[in-house]
Design a protein around this ligand. Structure first.
Ligand SMILES: Cc1cc2nc3c(=O)[nH]c(=O)nc-3n(C[C@H](O)[C@H](O)[C@H](O)COP(=O)(O)OP(=O)(O)OC[C@H]3O[C@@H](n4cnc5c(N)ncnc54)[C@H](O)[C@@H]3O)c2cc1C
Length: 199
């Protein structure tokens, strides 16, 4: 897709898994970093406990999802796809010949249907109703005092316990820092598309 679109969506900056006294498997292709090696290689991490060690997978990296989606759309359009953006799907049904999808703008027939509504899948797929619990996650972008040392050329994506983060990309204001945790469950409302929000 990168070749087709001419866009770089993946930055192979490496993936660093940090932990305290974590068991480090010497799998092919990964580097094992003890506390001393970590300090030398990635001095950007301060005040780690002396027991911290790391596994660095150089094949890991950072994907830019917005650019990837835009590039997919661009390439798909070139190959003849039709994209109906900003159109709320309200219902779908199957019959012996295929599927019918109803939207705010009309109905479509197709042989096959792929549903990829993310957190709203439970609204569109009856079998999932009541089985998905949607929780809100918050993340932050922080501008480091020395952005150059956190650039995608010098800093990996990383994970430490519940926390994870990304390096600075050229057109981004800072590093992403976030926590994997189940936030408070929310009622997932119907998808609100930007055009509807404006009304
Ligand atoms: C705060 C946060 C941080 C994350 N960080 C990372 C990360 O660092 N790395 C990582 O790999 N993943 C991360 N994720 C997870 C990642 O964002 C999701 O796994 C991914 O977006 C799922 O993609 P998707 O296409 O399945 O669903 P989504 O991206 O949710 O897309 C679903 C789309 O369907 C649309 N839709 C829903 N219902 C309808 C309807 N009825 N009609 C029309 N359209 C509808 C929605 O508007 C939406 O555009 C993060 C998620 C969150 C919330």
């Amino acid at each position: 897709m990168e070749k087709d679109s001419g866009q770089q969506v993946f930055h192979p900056c490496g993936y660093l898994l940090l932990g305290e006294n974590q068991k480090m498997d010497a799998k092919a292709g990964v580097e094992l970093l003890d506390g001393v090696a970590l300090e030398k290689r990635f001095p950007q991490f301060h005040a780690l406990s002396p027991r911290t060690n790391g596994v660095l997978d150089p094949a890991g990296g950072l994907l830019r999802p917005e650019l990837a989606i835009a590039s997919h759309c661009q390439v798909a359009l070139r190959y003849g796809a039709q994209i109906r953006a900003q159109e709320l799907v309200t219902a779908w049904e199957t019959d012996a010949d295929g599927t019918t999808v109803s939207t705010a703008h009309g109905q479509y027939r197709a042989k096959h249907l792929v549903i990829a509504a993310g957190a709203w899948n439970g609204k569109l797929i009856p079998q999932l109703r009541g089985k998905l619990s949607v929780t809100r996650l918050t993340l932050g972008w922080f501008t480091p005092e020395t952005p150059g040392s956190f650039s995608v050329e010098r800093f990996p994506i990383w994970e430490h316990g519940a926390f994870y983060g990304f390096p600075v990309l050229p057109d981004f204001p800072g590093c992403k820092l976030a926590k994997h945790w189940p936030g408070a469950p929310r009622r997932s409302r119907h998808a609100r598309l930007p055009a509807q929000r404006r009304r």
